[in-house]
Design a protein around this ligand. Structure first.
Ligand SMILES: Cc1cc2nc3c(=O)[nH]c(=O)nc-3n(C[C@H](O)[C@H](O)[C@H](O)COP(=O)(O)OP(=O)(O)OC[C@H]3O[C@@H](n4cnc5c(N)ncnc54)[C@H](O)[C@@H]3O)c2cc1C
Ligand code: FES
Length: 266
């Protein structure tokens, strides 16, 4: 058992327990989403003590140096003290430039960030609801080619953030965002590897960006292979006029050796 100190109060953290679980168990209200060290929604700032390496994996160098860590995967071996994040360290605003329905459950939201953003296709950003709820959304846009950030939001039944983004957030309004985050993106060093991209629903978003980046980088795959690039996409509802237009337009510019499959279930 070790002590974790948050906002001058001391809490007990059991052996093998994460800081997030220990805090929630003792009534501390911390933000979280994936609980798995992926989304960075739970970021907090350590001011004393030794952080396990895993709790800072994937966090930007600048933030790591300032003590930011992910409590959901932080299992401390000795006492630590932490504070809430400094808002300006993480968040900045973006303006909603457009909103469009792509399929029965998926909407395209286009954002203009207030800062120039350098990101890799396949990364994601975190958006903050006015009540503080924060959720991650993958980027479908490509840095350097697209001026705006593009997101594909799937409506979740009774979901706090997705329903607010789709129904309440108006074009022209501002939203707080953080990022980009994530280590799953296209590696231009491997242009001779074949690509297999599989997505369902809004999972198409990061793959669109990855594919566009790969093709712009001259991704060749193995020339002797029967296939070099595959995109397998599964959708519950298929509307050729919306999401379909999106894929067909892209496919028109794709090279020989490219196969794409779409499977729909209802
Ligand atoms: C790296 C990453 C990238 C992502 N990219 C995208 C993306 O590009 N597009 C996208 O649409 N999503 C994406 N997501 C998922 C997204 O972050 C949200 O999880 C999603 O939008 C749902 O959030 P919500 O607030 O609407 O729903 P929540 O309020 O979190 O609820 C989710 C579901 O759980 C149910 N639920 C909530 N509480 C309970 C409870 N107590 N008991 C039982 N059921 C409950 C809700 O009814 C709902 O159906 C991504 C997630 C990650 C981690
Ligand atoms: S809740 Fe997603 S990284 Fe901690």
């Amino acid at each position: 058992m070790v002590n974790i100190t948050y906002q001058d109060k001391v809490y007990r953290c059991r052996k093998g327990e994460s800081v997030l679980d220990a805090a929630l168990r003792q009534g501390v209200n911390l933000q979280f989403s994936c609980r798995n060290g992926v989304c960075q929604v739970c970021l907090q700032r350590a001011v004393k003590g030794e952080l396990p390496k895993a709790s800072q994996k994937g966090i930007k160098e600048k933030l790591r140096a300032r003590g930011y860590f992910m409590p959901c995967v932080c299992r401390p071996r000795s006492d630590i003290e932490f504070e809430s994040p400094v808002a300006d360290d993480l968040y900045f605003t973006a303006t909603v430039a457009a909103k469009e329905r792509l399929s029965q459950h998926i909407y395209r939201i286009v954002l203009e960030p207030s800062l120039a953003l350098d990101y890799h296709a396949g990364q994601f950003i975190n958006l903050k609801h006015p009540d503080g709820t924060t959720r991650s959304y993958s980027l479908a846009s490509v840095a350097g080619e697209d001026y705006y950030l593009e997101l594909h939001i799937q409506r979740m039944p009774n979901g706090v953030m997705s329903n607010w983004l789709i129904d309440a957030l108006e074009v022209g309004s501002e939203i707080e965002m953080q990022g980009p985050n994530g280590n799953c993106f296209y590696q231009p060093a491997s242009i001779d590897q074949n690509l297999l991209l599989i997505a369902t629903g809004s999972g198409l978003a990061p793959l669109v960006g990855i594919l566009r980046t790969a093709l712009a980088a001259g991704h060749s795959g193995q020339p002797a292979a029967a296939w070099r690039h595959w995109l397998v996409y599964c959708a519950r509802h298929w509307r050729p006029g919306t999401a379909g237009r999106f894929i067909f337009t892209m496919a028109a510019g794709w090279p020989k050796g490219f196969i794409w499959l779409i499977h729909c279930t209802n």
